[in-house]
Design a protein around this ligand. Structure first.
Ligand SMILES: [Zn+2]
Length: 405
């Protein structure tokens, strides 16, 4: 969502968290455990040990202990207006070149060294927007910020959220454990298109959800509405998958819901509206964030889909389910809540049989979110063996070269 879209606060009354609990939650897509960390390419050694920080914690969901330590660790932010950004400089000098942007109050910085000249050497993903002073979109930068602009704050100790660009999933952690997973769409920057939109790539990094009033983002031109929007980074929101209004006022998610699990947004994080088997969706998540007991802000981290990261491919004997009486979907549970009671329990088959004639036309259920087809997962892995799709072309370098001419 950018400027063209007006932010209207509706202060909606949110539905209370409900739904079938106790069911085994389903991850839909899971990353292969990896040693890759958000700062793994950095050759800089911090002055103080920062093991356990977002920057140094491997992108490995299976190590719950390490993930929880990371999600509950304090965060260092720029102590400026929450709607403003400040520049990261190439040298400890305000006349040196700007190499990146950081958003006030909500965006985390990795502190490498506090110098005695009033400057601190830091690292972060540059959160440049299309109209930022420095255009270095989603680039991992090492530079300088005035020490007096920094502060370290404590974060919520009950919840933490990971958005993984690789799997296009949100993973919610609660009290030290992975609680549930929801399908998302992060930003699409169109690297192959004629009109590239580098500012659309969701900026990776460590954030606090500091705006906990939910509202709707309405794009009057297209009629697109995004409910339960929570701002986490100046102009980036986490919100429900967009909808348009049907004539009777109900929400119509067509065109947006089918592409969940793929990059699609202008930078915001779109989250599934249908309740998963554990009873979670964006409205439940927004309510939980709003009503949290520990008033410290919840940490939200975004993992970059670096080259070398891979998704897990389910075993062939993983059970799947369908309704043989005309069902068009495949499900991850036998008693999916989206299916009419008279068709339950659903018939079982296996992930390995998904390409056979009887099942080859079935689509994944948008409620219980089973794994995508093997072909789709293998394609994700193929792409990530060769490239880091979240890395945006260096617009900044190009502009700089043009200026010099
Ligand atoms: Zn289902």
């Amino acid at each position: 969502m950018r400027r063209a879209i007006t932010f209207i606060l509706l202060f909606m009354i949110l539905f209370s968290a409900c739904g079938a609990q106790g069911e085994d939650f389903l991850l839909g897509v899971e990353p292969e455990p990896s040693e890759i960390t958000p700062a793994y390419r950095s050759e800089e050694e911090p002055a103080q040990d920062d093991t356990g920080s977002y920057w140094c914690t491997p992108m490995n969901l299976e190590d719950e202990k390490a993930i929880w330590k990371m999600l509950t660790a304090p965060i260092t932010v720029a102590d400026i207006d929450m709607n403003k950004q400040t520049v990261i400089y190439s040298e400890p000098d305000e006349n040196s070149e700007g190499i990146g942007m950081v958003t006030g109050q909500s965006q985390g910085l990795r502190v490498l060294e506090t110098l005695d000249n009033g400057w601190t050497k830091v690292q972060t993903y540059s959160t440049s927007f299309h109209d930022s002073k420095v255009l270095n979109f989603n680039a991992f930068v090492t530079g300088y910020i005035l020490t007096k602009k920094l502060k370290t704050v404590n974060v919520n100790q009950n919840y933490g959220i990971i958005i993984d660009k690789l799997t296009q999933r949100l993973y919610l952690f609660k009290d030290g454990h992975l609680e549930t997973s929801l399908a998302v769409s992060t930003g699409k920057y169109n690297p192959d298109a004629k009109k590239q939109q580098p500012y659309n790539e969701t900026r990776s990094g460590e954030y606090l959800i500091i705006y906990t009033k939910t509202g709707s983002l309405n794009d009057e031109e297209s009629g697109m509405v995004c409910s339960y929007a929570l701002k986490f980074n100046a102009a980036d929101y986490i919100h429900e998958v967009p909808h348009r209004k049907n004539a009777d006022g109900t929400k119509n998610f067509r065109g947006f819901e089918e592409i969940l699990g793929n990059r699609a947004s202008h930078g915001c994080i779109r989250v599934q509206a249908k309740k998963n088997t554990a009873g979670y969706n964006m409205s439940v998540l927004a309510n939980l964030i709003k009503k949290r007991k520990d008033k410290n802000c919840i940490k939200l981290v975004i993992w970059e889909d670096y080259q070398g990261r891979q998704v897990k491919i389910p075993e062939d004997d993983t059970p799947l389910y369908y309704n043989p009486k005309g069902g068009s979907l495949y499900h991850s549970v036998a008693d999916c809540a989206s299916v009419k009671k008279k068709f339950l329990p659903l018939n079982a088959f296996t992930y390995g049989e998904l390409e056979e004639a009887d099942y080859s036309k079935l689509k994944p259920c948008p409620y219980c979110m089973p794994s995508p087809r093997k072909e789709a997962l293998e394609e994700i892995n193929r792409i990530h063996q060769e490239s880091s799709p979240g890395e945006v072309m260096p617009v900044y370098e190009e502009k700089k070269a043009k200026k010099k001419k």
